[in-house]
Design a protein. Structure first.
Length: 311
């Protein structure tokens, strides 16, 4: 299924695939990370709590938000890039916009009555040369991935399905404590347009209840499984407290990138989809995936920004 522009469909089909370096942290890296991350608090919608004791949690949260700047932060990123075998260090995203952009539904992605329903979009309207990295499902729980993203200070957003997450909520609690926003991807990852309105509400609202119980917060963003939805999906999502439905404009794999647009390229504000998957599903680990997507993003002159700063 190609990621190309869709027009005049009430049920929309996105691309979904189920998907999945180890290195020693040296004294120099640790010192640089402490210097870069230990002096300021980030703000945001993540549910993470800064740790005033300096035990490491606060530094992780700051790293995920990517808000600490300056020479020490840049040097820490250089060292971390070398440790994690990135060809180049990630580019630093600009400060979060003071005013949030207006989010509207992408042309061709509308349903009947959409003006009163959450917007569905694949790209954030911005002139900043940034993209947004999002991970779906929750099957692979690789601790090296958590370390890598914190040390590289790459922001990302998770969309979780409970049937894949429930065997280890603690993994995602650690992610949340590092400043990552956890969003709704339904309870069982079913093809929602085939379900009745009430069954769709059970999938979406049920996941809202679980997220509140396990992570202390009801998300306001929802990504329908497979990118498929209809009017009932969006009505149900709105009734559950959902305000935005981010889809994607590109998809990352360990060895390639797929694009929705015919020019097969990234654009300012593009949302990138990938998955919590590992070697059992893909030819590579989650760190391999990160190395591939960051090479593409950085080579094209883009920084990864925090999606929630723009929602």
């Amino acid at each position: 299924m190609q990621l190309v522009r869709q027009k005049k469909q009430k049920t929309l089909h996105g691309r979904r695939r189920t998907a999945g370096s180890r290195g020693r942290a040296g004294v120099v890296l640790s010192a640089l990370l402490v210097a870069a991350l230990g002096t300021a608090c980030g703000s945001g919608d993540s549910g993470g709590t800064p740790d005033p004791t300096g035990s490491g949690k606060a530094g992780a949260a700051l790293g995920a938000r990517g808000e600490q700047r300056g020479p020490a932060a840049r040097q820490a990123r250089l060292v971390a890039a070398k440790k994690w075998k990135l060809a180049k260090p990630p580019l630093e995203a600009p400060p979060a916009p003071k005013g949030k952009p207006e989010l509207t539904t992408r042309e061709g992605f509308e349903v009947d009555g959409h003006e009163n329903l959450p917007p569905v979009f694949t790209t954030i309207p911005t002139k900043d040369k940034v993209v947004f990295l999002t991970f779906d499902d929750g099957a692979e729980k690789d601790p090296e991935f958590l370390k890598m993203m914190q040390e590289l200070r790459i922001p990302y957003t998770a969309f979780l399905s409970d049937y894949l997450v429930r065997d280890d909520y603690s993994y995602f609690k650690e992610m949340q404590a590092a400043g990552v926003t956890l969003n709704n991807h339904s309870v069982n990852h079913r093809y929602l347009p085939a379900l009745s309105y009430e069954k769709q509400r059970e999938e979406i609202c049920g996941q809202q209840d679980t997220m509140q119980r396990m992570f202390g917060k009801r998300p306001t963003a929802f990504r329908p499984p497979y990118g498929n939805y209809n009017e009932d999906t969006l009505r149900a999502a709105k009734s559950c407290g959902i305000k935005a439905v981010p889809l994607w404009n590109a998809e990352a794999f360990p060895k390639r990138m797929d694009y929705r647009e015919r020019d097969r390229d990234l654009h300012p504000g593009d949302i990138i989809l990938t998955h919590f998957r590992g070697r059992e599903d893909w030819e590579g680990s989650m760190p391999d995936l990160v190395r591939n997507v960051m090479k593409t993003v950085t080579d094209k002159g883009y920084a990864v920004a925090r999606l929630e700063d723009y929602l």
